[in-house]
Design a binder for this molecule. Structure first.
Ligand SMILES: [Fe+2]
Length: 274
């Protein structure tokens, strides 16, 4: 569903700081034929002996980014946080072959890449890998047929790292025409909403309710998201709204029975593995 865009004029190798030992990088892909800007997060694990780098949703020109990343530290972890965000995984795994690949549900099947470790299912769902150190805390969202998403707290910057569970699609991350099309899928311009796959395939509200209670108890106020402007303050308010939307959908009270959502579900199931 996502493909890299051959848009050299848009390509860059910039890493923008978002807090202590925290950066992000934006790159363009195609999603269902539409241009979409997506985001990688880079964390330097400050409590590790060699301060390794942890890359969340790796994307972009890996060889071009190599020197910038090398200047920050050694890439030790590549995290595919949900089954849609594996597009750059192969390139980064080739560029950093010693890095551990962490995969959530369905990532291996969809990407055809063998991961070194799984982030899906209990007890991992509630357990942060020891190798990630004390800077990070993990919660994997369950209750979805297609994907599970890894939400990660970066404690030193009080920032939550999210992929598609909170999207703020606007013209900063897609074309004006595509922004209108995304609106058909409930992604009103600039308003926080879970991606369609987090509503269409949500079937069990219980794990979402548990995750909402747990994550909202964490200490954060900012949020890095994959699509749309990052959230600089009051991130919990926006996250809570997205939890409520996903829980409504999982309870059968959301918009997933609408004709567009039904069509999207059929399309996604056709594209999904197995
Ligand atoms: Fe996404």
């Amino acid at each position: 569903m996502q493909r890299p865009m051959n848009t050299s004029s848009r390509a860059d190798a910039s890493l923008r700081p978002f807090g202590p030992n925290l950066w992000f990088h934006d790159a363009w892909v195609r999603f269902l034929g539409m241009p979409l800007k997506t985001r990688m997060t880079v964390v330097r694990l400050s409590d590790q002996p060699d301060a390794p780098l942890w890359l969340h949703s790796p994307i972009g020109d890996a060889p071009a980014l190599r020197s910038r990343l090398d200047a920050l530290g050694t890439v030790r972890h590549l995290v595919a946080p949900n089954a849609i965000h594996h597009l750059g995984l192969r390139d980064f795994a080739n560029e950093f072959p010693d890095a551990t690949i962490w995969a959530t549900k369905n990532v291996e099947a969809r990407s055809r890449i063998r991961a070194h470790a799984s982030l899906e299912g209990p007890p991992e769902r509630d357990t942060t890998p020891a190798r990630w150190g004390a800077d990070l805390e993990l919660c994997v969202l369950g209750g979805n047929l297609l994907l599970e998403e890894a939400l990660v707290l970066h404690r030193p910057s009080r920032t939550l790292i999210v992929t598609d569970f909170v999207e703020k699609i606007d013209e900063s991350c897609t074309s004006p025409r595509a922004a209108r099309l995304f609106g058909w899928f409930g992604l009103t311009t600039g308003e926080p909403a879970p991606a369609p796959e987090h509503r269409v395939f949500a079937v069990d509200p219980a794990p979402l309710r548990a995750a909402k209670e747990r994550v909202l108890a964490w200490d954060f106020d900012r949020m890095i998201i994959a699509h749309g402007p990052n959230v600089e303050q009051h991130a919990k308010d926006e996250l809570a709204r997205c939890f409520d939307a996903a829980i409504r959908a999982a309870s059968g009270r959301g918009e997933r029975r609408g004709p567009v959502s039904v069509a999207l579900r059929r399309l996604c199931l056709r594209l999904a593995p197995g």
